[in-house]
Design a protein around this ligand. Structure first.
Ligand code: NAD
Length: 365
């Protein structure tokens, strides 16, 4: 594996210094078309665990920015939930056309194995359990493998269940009610997580609007949940009780801030705030924001509970109380919810600083 030739080395060091990072690994294997960046933000609490995205990026620099922010989010997600994992993430830069997906995943598996357990890979946008099964042929540092391998499978329903509990906590705190019946929820992105979330909300009588660039996903929600379809360019200006971003990051920005007509932002997407200070602006606008890496931690909790033999349903239910505590602290300290979440995660990380990074062998899930 050699350094990817179209990455400007200065960018790499500048960007990885901003967060700051423990390690950034780059793999390039022409034969299998593999171009991958693995960012390891922290191994203070345990081996870095994070999904692998397989997406088209406009540039290598965009992929690097994505993976660095995602990896940091994983460290904070584990720390916030007091889990013994570090934070990491992988992005595979999707080639224009994948010639042999099996070979691509084999090469990625070999690359993960070469990291000696510092990083455990999982599913993310663009990858699935079948990919994890192939990776598992080359390394034990993989989760979300299929039932065939007695793995944890796709975490999305658990993530969606956590988002539901987060929405319920936000509704309780901001709207002073327990029921979701009749509330208007707008879900941006009805993919793996968004679809399950729509189902859970529909079962509880919420009125649903959905937006996606995938027409088939939209039709399914119209048919199954009587959801109203909103065009992507009209999402932010659509009035709703709860806006649930479940597609992509950076969607709370100067442009969307001007348009938002909601009381709550609570969804699964990672890195929702394009910059941290948008959390404060949301607060000033009277919009309650459920921090992304807290509300979307159901998938990570699933892996942790299976690893430790703990009760997953209870762990996900607990997100309700964790978020209520966070919202209360935010008001008490007059600080944005994302700042409070960061403080809580950093406090836990600081308490567990140790000299040597923890690298341990784990059973395959
Ligand atoms: P996914 O790829 O299955 O679904 C994303 C959906 O968003 C797709 O249907 C896609 O067509 C749609 N989309 C893309 N661009 C859009 C746009 N501009 N407007 C509207 N829709 C758009 O991904 P997922 O697994 O459901 O994850 C969704 C988000 O939640 C991602 O940010 C992911 O990182 C995060 N997340 C997922 C999990 C999980 O368990 N899957 C866990 C934590 C966080």
């Amino acid at each position: 594996m050699s350094i990817n030739s179209n990455l400007r080395v200065n960018d790499l060091f500048q960007q990885s210094a901003t967060l700051p990072f423990s390690r950034v690994h780059i793999g390039n294997d022409t034969k299998s078309q593999l171009q991958v960046i693995v960012a390891i933000h922290s191994t203070v609490l345990g081996p870095a665990l994070g999904g692998c995205r397989l997406l088209n990026y406009s540039s290598t620099s965009a992929a690097l920015t994505d993976v660095l922010h995602l990896a940091r989010g994983m460290s904070y997600k584990a720390a916030f939930n007091h889990l013994s994992y570090g934070g990491g993430k992988a992005v595979i830069l999707a080639p224009a056309k994948i010639v042999d997906r099996h070979a691509l995943m084999v090469a990625y598996g070999d690359f993960i194995e070469s990291l000696n357990g510092q990083f455990i890979t999982a599913i993310d946008s663009g990858t699935g359990t079948e990919d994890m099964d192939i990776i598992a042929q080359r390394t034990s540092h993989v989760v979300c493998t299929s039932n065939k391998l007695a793995g944890t499978g796709n975490p999305s329903p658990h993530t969606a269940r956590g988002v539901l509990r987060g929405i319920q906590a936000a509704v309780k705190y901001a709207l002073k009610q327990d029921q979701l019946e009749g509330l208007h929820v707008l879900i941006q992105g009805v993919g793996h997580v968004g679809y399950h979330l729509a189902r859970y909300l529909h079962e509880r009588g919420a009125k649903l609007s959905v937006s996606d660039i995938n027409q088939q996903a939209l039709h399914q929600c119209q048919d199954e949940f009587a959801a109203t379809v909103i065009a992507p360019e009209e999402v932010y200006a659509t009035e709703c009780d709860i806006f649930s971003p479940c597609a992509r990051g950076q969607i709370i920005n100067a442009d969307s801030m001007r348009q938002l007509k909601t009381k709550i932002v609570a969804g699964a997407a990672n890195n929702q705030l394009s910059e941290g200070h948008f959390g404060d602006l949301l607060r000033k606008k009277g919009i309650l924001y459920a921090p992304d890496y807290v509300i979307n931690s159901g998938g990570l909790l699933q892996i942790a509970c299976i690893d430790n033999g703990e009760d997953l349903a209870q762990a996900i239910d607990n997100l309700y109380d964790k978020l209520l505590t966070l919202f209360e602290r935010s008001d008490k300290q007059d600080q944005a919810t994302n700042i409070i979440a960061d403080q809580m995660a950093e406090q836990y990380l600081n308490q567990h600083q140790c000299d040597e990074p923890i690298v341990r062998r784990r059973k395959q899930l």
